[in-house]
Design a protein around this ligand. Structure first.
Ligand code: NAI
Length: 328
């Protein structure tokens, strides 16, 4: 289509923003036929930096980029939004209690949810990247009662892609030969990466890997703690890979997942797999006709059930804490 799609990116002057905006503007988010209008939201102190990034976007002369506008006000930034990428968040400061972190993020994601409720397009789709992503998505969704809850998603795709890469390296195949991994639960160190239903070169991953100890003692902790390993090596947190995962997530959501393949999405629970209704948890999902559907009927081992239960307990604790603070 030739009608531009409006994409709002928060935290646009941050490091993920810098890795993300150029890929959106080049057509990698929505395909080579869809022009995009970018709306960048920043805090007032970072507006000037966002303007610098906008100058560089101009200087790329992207044929699909139909305009860039910069805001420090959420209501204006989300006016008419079709795709919202909520990247900006309050990081955990030294000595900050969890309650303080949740309260600070509630102060960001509550008003942003309300702004989306007030001004978004009917087809709005939201991906929350800013941490704690699942709970921030819940807060935003609860402030947008007129937007279906399944339009607010949290990013599990970086964990998913990390899992694909580890399995490909272990089994000596290309990453494209690895399919149907699942990251269950919370995007946190307590996530549960699951290869039980994955395939490698079309064969069941557990029998290709044939090393249960490696899965439990190496694979799962490597994927779950990869963020810390990147900080340790790079001296800065994952940014390009996070931006890439955001692009993958939205592209699959809008354009559909390939037949027979699923990905991992932080989606509002309908009670599937025993996850309490309303919690935003990582699930195996396919995208059909522009909507995520949780893949049903996967058999879960006792270990997988236990891993998911631990992760979901963390999500429920966060939900109860934000409810206690009247943030939802
Ligand atoms: P950064 O600190 O470089 O950038 C964050 C930007 O957000 C800053 O420019 C800041 O001014 C802006 N910001 C803060 N409050 C805002 C508000 N109320 N409205 C608009 N903008 C606001 O951080 P980075 O590296 O870009 O990461 C962003 C977030 O993404 C962090 O919360 C990080 O933990 C999270 N993350 C999530 C991942 C996931 O897999 N879900 C992976 C990697 C990072």
């Amino acid at each position: 289509s030739t009608t531009p799609v409006t994409v709002t990116v928060t935290g646009a002057a941050g490091q993920i923003g810098y890795a993300l905006l150029f890929r959106i503007a080049s057509g990698q988010l929505l395909g080579p036929d869809t022009p995009v209008k970018l709306r960048l939201l920043e805090i007032p102190q970072a507006v000037k930096a966002a303007e610098g990034t906008a100058m560089e976007l101009d200087d790329c002369a992207f044929p699909l980029l139909a305009g860039v506008d910069i805001f420090d006000d959420a209501t204006a930034a989300f006016d008419g939004v079709n795709v919202g990428l909520l990247v900006g968040a309050r990081p955990r400061g030294a000595g900050m209690e969890r309650g303080d972190l949740l309260a600070a993020n509630g102060g960001i994601f509550g008003p942003q949810g309300a702004a989306i409720n007030a001004g978004a397009a009917d087809d709005v789709r939201v991906l929350v990247v800013g941490n704690p992503a699942n709970t921030n998505a819940l807060i935003a969704s609860k402030h947008a009662p007129d937007v279906p809850a399944e339009r607010f998603t949290a990013m599990m795709r970086l964990d998913h892609n990390r899992a694909l890469a580890q399995l490909a390296a272990k089994s000596g195949v290309g990453v494209g030969d690895v399919k149907n991994v699942t990251i269950w639960g919370n995007h946190s160190a307590k996530q549960y990466p699951d290869i039980a239903h994955a395939t490698i070169g079309g064969r069941p991953a557990p029998s290709v890997i044939a090393d249960d100890a490696w899965v439990t003692d190496t694979f799962i902790p490597t994927v779950a703690k990869r963020g810390a390993a990147i900080i340790d090596a790079r001296g800065a947190s994952s940014a390009a890979s996070a931006a890439n995962a955001a692009v993958d997530h939205v592209r699959d959501w809008v354009l559909g997942t390939p037949e027979g393949e699923w990905t991992s999405v932080g989606l509002v629970s309908d009670g599937s797999y025993g996850v309490p209704e309303g919690v935003i948890s990582g699930f195996p999902c396919v995208s059909k006709d522009g909507a995520w559907e949780i893949v049903q009927g996967l058999e879960m081992s006792e270990a997988a059930q236990a891993g998911l239960a631990v992760s979901v307990a963390g999500l429920v604790e966060e939900r109860d804490a934000v409810a206690e603070l009247s943030l939802i």
